[in-house]
Design a protein around this ligand. Structure first.
Ligand code: RNT
Ligand code: ZN
Length: 417
């Protein structure tokens, strides 16, 4: 495809007019590993039990055929998706995705249940991230886990979280890249609680117990994820934003910002510059809330672009772990991964191609006219040509060519499941 190279050469000249080196931007883009969430591949069900049901105030809708029903199928689907996404990335696993071979309760999960994933990751040269699964379980059916008033239930989840950290540390050690372990709890209440403080105190103490063992940062990093509400937990969320922020800052943990976990007019792109002043590394769950925390596939919308822009402008890329978190069961699940991953990369490319110094100079001079004029002008620079070239030099389908590959895989593999 000669036009790809030709278009790139023209685009390169155009960007050079603003002092932007497109080759350097592509080098940098290639170095950014995004953590692709395994759970888009099977609608957050996992492999504990084939009839598993998703609970915890989160939901998938749709019944598109062909979802992965075994770890081997999921790994094959991920490999297929990765073949259409430029660069090297990571896989984000949940504790319910082990190779269990029989019934294994959550507080009994061990490294051996994830050894196949580790070997597979090693073979593919990718890193793994991890999550305890504190939902979709009889011990979470009251809507409370680590903050449950019953110590037996609380301790069960503490044991699960500890078991997960042990697995994560092993993953990170084996793979030579720290496994980010994210702690999210669905704990909350449908109606107004009368002891908000009490449950939060239990969660704080539970987390302190979970983190009582130290693991080297080269092996695993812990993050805590806040939320504003969930289905069935409309009135109160124990792990609110203030709770998680306070916890993470005081315990030197990572803050996980999920794009769907705030009030509708709040955006995480606006939070990064503030949070980054008080925290170390940051974990992102990039998602797309449509009217609520609906976890739609991420599209190249203003907020996605703004998230990437804030990371680049703030020099935050080196300490931000970008993870995706959405689940759509109404479309081809491999396409859902490819669309979201490629969009995250396009947003990053868009940010890396921004003449930030020029824009910031206008602002520092209080020349808001030029700032507005130029931020609008650069929106129509030929980023598409740069993106196509990036796909070409990284040997993945250019433009919509990936869709035909997904259709072929659907016909040959998914439709036979
Ligand atoms: C739920 C949180 C959480 C989950 C995943 C599956 O609202 O966003 O991160 O989506 O752990
Ligand atoms: Zn999330």
């Amino acid at each position: 495809m000669d036009y790809v190279k030709e278009s790139y050469e023209l685009a390169k000249k155009r960007y050079a007019q603003y002092g932007i080196d497109t080759d350097a931007a592509l080098e940098q883009l290639k170095s950014i590993a995004i953590s692709m969430h395994c759970w888009q591949g099977d609608d957050v069900i996992g492999f504990e039990n084939p009839d598993g049901e998703l609970t915890g105030g989160i939901q998938t809708t749709g019944n598109y055929p062909g979802k992965a029903t075994t770890p081997d199928e999921l790994r094959a689907d991920i490999e297929k998706a990765f073949s259409m996404i430029p660069g090297k990335h990571r896989i984000n696993l949940h504790a319910i995705y082990g190779d269990f071979e029989g019934n294994v309760d959550r507080d009994k999960v061990e490294v051996k249940h994830f050894q196949k994933w580790i070997d597979w990751a090693k073979k593919n040269g990718i890193g793994l991230d991890f999550n305890p699964t504190c939902f979709s379980h009889p011990n979470s059916s009251d809507g409370l886990t680590i903050s449950h008033p019953n110590p037996v239930i609380r301790e069960y989840w503490i044991r699960h979280c500890k078991a997960c950290r042990k697995i994560a540390a092993h993953m990170g050690k084996e793979l030579g890249t720290p496994t980010v372990t994210n702690f999210w709890f669905p704990d909350g209440m449908k109606d107004n609680p009368v002891n908000k403080l009490g449950f939060r105190k239990l969660m704080m103490e539970g987390l302190d117990e979970v983190f009582s063992e130290e693991y080297p940062e080269e092996y695993t990093l812990d993050a805590v994820e806040s939320k504003v509400f969930g289905i069935g937990a409309e009135s109160y969320t124990v792990g609110s934003n203030e709770f998680c922020m306070g916890y993470a800052v005081s315990r030197k943990k990572l803050v996980c910002l999920d794009a769907g976990h705030f009030h509708p007019t709040e955006v995480i792109s606006d939070k990064l510059s503030a949070v980054s002043l008080f925290t170390g590394d940051i974990l992102l769950h990039v998602s797309r809330p449509v009217r609520w925390d609906s976890d739609h596939v991420i599209i190249l919308d203003d907020e996605l672009k703004n998230i990437a822009i804030e990371l680049v402008r703030g020099g935050l890329l080196s300490r931000t772990h970008i993870g995706l978190d959405y689940f759509d069961a109404s479309i081809n699940r491999i396409a859902a991964w490819v669309i979201g991953m490629r969009n995250m990369q396009k947003a990053l490319l868009n940010a890396l191609l921004e003449p930030t110094a020029m824009l910031q100079k206008y602002e520092a001079d209080l020349d808001y006219t030029s700032r507005l004029a130029m931020t609008e002008e650069i929106k129509t620079l030929p980023m598409g040509a740069v993106w196509d070239y990036f796909c070409q030099i990284n040997n993945v389908p250019v433009g919509d060519a990936w869709l035909a590959e997904v259709r072929a895989y659907e016909k040959d593999v998914l439709s036979k499941r």
